[in-house]
Design a protein around this ligand. Structure first.
Ligand SMILES: Cc1ncc(COP(=O)(O)O)c(C=O)c1O
Length: 450
């Protein structure tokens, strides 16, 4: 630890490597060491580092006008990006309108407030709870942590959390009901109905879910019928379905939005991370027609805004990133390279006694580590196996992300997440799987020996 530093780092035990530049899938530190960025920053740098077209678009925008306040005046990049997102939206959302902000938590907090407003405008002011899922993550503000099911982060902030219910995640590897898909009949999806009835549908504004579950579980993919059942229950009880695509969206799973794999239309999509590819902070709430029309036909005033939301520089970056993705066919590429990455991970890792599960969709992959493959028993939490694998891989030139522990029972469970840029090549896939294999073997074998 650097005692002289004035930065409040996340951990006082770590010495952070200083990154000075990036190029494609690689980043370089101040000593000239190269690292393959298999987490794209943190699921942000989707099109790779140092993309000239985006940098040029931002320079041009900054030279024209870098900031305007969207509550008083408009700017062209905001309109252009909103039009782009209309083209990208699932057709069932109809005429979309997008509210911009600066990050994922802001997007989900905005979605919560506009879900309240939607119901209020339609004469249902008591609909004020959001149902989330355990082992989910929607942000680190009080309201978004309340929707999240990330136990370790919730427990330390419990006094400020809102009274929001949660249902178990669709996690077949460790089904809480000890059932097997498909004979289970998707008890996990039906659970939403039970909780709605228990809480009273008159109190429920929305259900929020990450279509592919991210940092709390590392790329858990629900069964085929799951979101169809969820959508029907939401419709039955007049509940909005918010798809949190902060990680899974903008092409990462091989479709523009992950929810499209299930053929289901959400009422609101929230996006951030890869939307501006890390070139500028940017978040968005894409509202389906029925949601914003209720406001337009009601009070006519949106009861939410932020200072930096819709600023021209971030919107110009976002529009340039979406242009780049389209021009280079990167959504299809993410799907194809993702299939190769997951197949290579399965082949290289599944014979390791400490790898319980390899999973994912597109370039959104996860590896679950276990102390005992037969019983699926997790490593003791205090061994901190996930972070040790992450640190070992870093020492060997590979950036991976240890997921937050707690996926087994809210406390234990180590997992590693891989969300590389879409411009990854076969040679990078080979390096990722071989380096990760070595790190897992080194760390877990030592950990298991005690
Ligand atoms: C699915 C999901 N939603 C929301 C967030 C919060 O985003 P931010 O950290 O930009 O507030 C995250 C961050 O990891 C996320 O993974």
């Amino acid at each position: 630890m650097d005692r002289d530093s004035h930065v409040l780092y996340g951990s006082f035990d770590s010495d952070y490597v200083t990154i000075t530049r990036g190029d494609g899938v690689y980043v370089y530190d101040d000593a000239g060491n190269r690292y393959l960025d298999a987490v794209g920053g943190v699921c942000v740098v989707n099109i790779g580092h140092g993309v000239r077209e985006v940098i040029d678009a931002m320079n041009e925008q900054a030279a024209g006008i870098a900031y305007t306040y969207g509550g008083i005046v408009d700017n062209e990049p905001r309109r252009r990006l909103a039009r782009r997102l209309q083209e990208w939206a699932p057709p069932g959302m109809g005429h979309t309108r997008t509210l911009f902000c600066s990050g994922g938590a802001e997007a989900n907090e905005g979605a919560l407030k506009l879900a309240y407003q939607y119901h209020r405008e339609r004469g249902n002011p008591t609909k004020r709870k959001v149902i989330g899922r355990w082992q989910s993550y929607h942000g680190n503000t009080a309201a978004t942590l309340s929707m999240s099911g990330r136990t370790p982060w919730r427990s330390v902030n419990s006094p400020i959390l809102l009274d929001f219910p949660h249902i178990p995640p669709p996690y077949c590897y460790r089904c809480p009901w000890d059932q097997t898909y498909p004979s289970c009949g998707l008890t996990c999806a039906g659970e939403l109905r039970r909780v709605v009835r228990q809480e009273g549908a008159e109190n429920i504004a929305a259900f929020i879910a990450e279509p592919v579950i991210g940092t709390s579980m590392s790329a858990v993919v629900p069964p085929d019928e799951y979101y169809g059942i969820v959508r029907d229950i939401c419709d039955e009880y007049d509940i909005l379905f918010i798809a949190d695509e902060v990680m899974s969206g903008v092409g990462r799973t091989g479709k523009r939005w992950a929810i499209e794999h299930w053929g289901v239309t959400p009422d609101i999509i929230t996006s951030s991370k890869g939307l501006a590819g890390g070139y500028s902070p940017l978040g968005a709430l894409i509202l389906g027609e029925k949601v914003w029309m209720a406001i337009a036909d009601g009070s006519g005033r949106v009861s939410h805004s932020t200072t930096y939301g819709g600023n021209p520089l971030s919107c110009a970056a976002g529009a340039a990133v979406l242009d780049y993705i389209e021009e280079h066919g990167l959504v299809r590429r993410a799907g194809e390279m993702g299939d190769r990455l997951i197949a290579a991970l399965e082949e290289a890792l599944l014979d390791i006694p400490y790898v319980g599960d390899v999973r994912g969709m597109g370039l959104f992959a996860g590896v679950e580590l276990v102390a005992d493959k037969e019983t699926r028993e997790p490593f003791p939490v205090e061994w901190d196996v996930g972070h040790r694998v992450e640190a070992d891989a870093l020492r060997n030139g590979l950036l991976v992300l240890a997921g937050v522990t707690g996926l087994v029972d809210g406390v234990a469970g180590d997992h590693i997440e891989l969300v590389p840029p879409y411009v990854i090549e076969d040679e990078h896939v080979e390096f990722i799987v071989s380096t990760l294999r070595d790190s897992i073997l080194r760390v877990c074998a030592n950990a298991a020996r005690g």
